[in-house]
Design a protein around this ligand. Sequence first.
Ligand code: AMP
Ligand code: MG
Length: 507
Amino acid sequence: MKFDNSYATLDPRLYHKQPPTPLKNPQAGHFNPIIAKRIGWSDDVELMQNWVSILGGEVIPNGFAPLAMAYAGHQFGQWAGQLGDGRGLLMAQVRDNNDQLIDLHLKGIGLTPYSRMGDGRAVLRSTIREYLCGHAMTQLGIASSSALGFVVSDTAVRRETIEAGAALLRVSDCHIRLGHVEWIASFAPDLLVEFTDYMIDTYYPDSRQANYPVVDFLTQVVKKTAIMIANWQLIGFAHGVMNTDNLSITGSTIDYGPFGFLERFNPAWINNHSDYTGRYSYQNQPAIGHWNLNVWLPHFMRLTQAGVTKTALAECLAHYETSFMQHYQHGICQKLGLAYPIQQPNESISAPDLATNRLALTLAYDLLSIIEQNRLDYTNSFRALLAVIDASNFQHEHDLLQQLTLSLDAKQLKLWQDWKTRYLHYIDQYTEANEVVSTLQKHNPVYILRNAMAQRSIEMAEAGDFSEVERLFQLLSNPYDVQNIATQADVTPPAADAPEIVISCSS
Ligand code: AMP
Ligand code: MG
């Protein structure tokens, strides 16, 4: 692997260098060959042979420089003070096949100075959820961490019951969180200049070309965060714990905990059962992204660089809503197979084009309303549109469509049929059916990680059988293609009156 451990060269107040505390008798859980190839892990025989011992914390390969990062954050809207890697270590930074910087972060690997009341460990169930979801999101095309693999062990970890300790080697383009800057502002303000330079040079080097590099960098962070959250809304993903310490400065999804994918569509859905007020419900995510950036940006007012003014930061934050809306509107129309171009600043649009775009958007919002009113499955409802256009070539989607329409009462069926007529009319007038089909296929997955799917793989893994983790890993590797390794449960939402699987912060 090509090491580039640049974080370890920053001021030592920002981290604590230490080795992992090994797990007892680590055993293979799952290994991700796609990531191994991408980061050059699979080119090294010793790394391949020792991956279980490395993930178990027993072996630290040459080139690794483990450290726990210090950061702070706002949790559930309140200032939480110092946090930091309490159970994970940045083991190394490497350059992947495309020369992109990748962090290797080992989670579940013992106490650090930032562990506070925690035990430094992670349990198997949350490790499997993070492993599968990071992979699912990556393969869905959403910026996200994923993992090289995970191990389980004989280390006993107390949560509500005694569970097996596990560790996951997470890979992400970045582990700097909004909370890093909050930590600096509170505990080492003299480091802000150096740290901002590091963030720009490492993650946003193009901002150096701008008139005001700091302002440009902050604008990019705002836009990337907005786009990430627009992608979450489109795919139907609820992160569950959008604290400022869980948002990366590169707009990559990190820190999977009590997340979930929407099934029966309820915008107010709260997946995290520890979130009593619904602060992090699905529908609140866009506003919370804005809230987080709004508490983050003012810290940069301490900088004396040219261009960093209150007005500039306000303008920077204003990009959030524009970027979010552009990407969401573009994306929700793509989910209908329709074009809705992202309008560039200063780009004018003709009146007829504007009217056509509005029509597409209205169709999208009207469909969402039908899905919501009938608590239909979010993913399946969009995928079923393929059968509206071409029933003969899309058997799986034809079945989905039949199930969905069978669940509608007479009034809702009429609404659906009217919608379908308008949709087909739009396609007839403004676009080509084959283009619609290919867009629908690219933007509407067949498979997402439903809570019940993850749960089944966890129960089997807890009994020592990782075959379901392997099957889901394969299934979620190609989420947009119908596959013969799928089961009916992979495409079935819970019954409307079924009790929800309880997902809490305990991990
Ligand atoms: P999270 O809500 O998982 O993002 O974690 C918030 C903070 O608590 C971070 O500083 C974590 O490192 C820390 N933390 C979470 N679980 C543990 C644990 N079991 N042991 C030590 N620290 C933990
Ligand atoms: Mg976290």
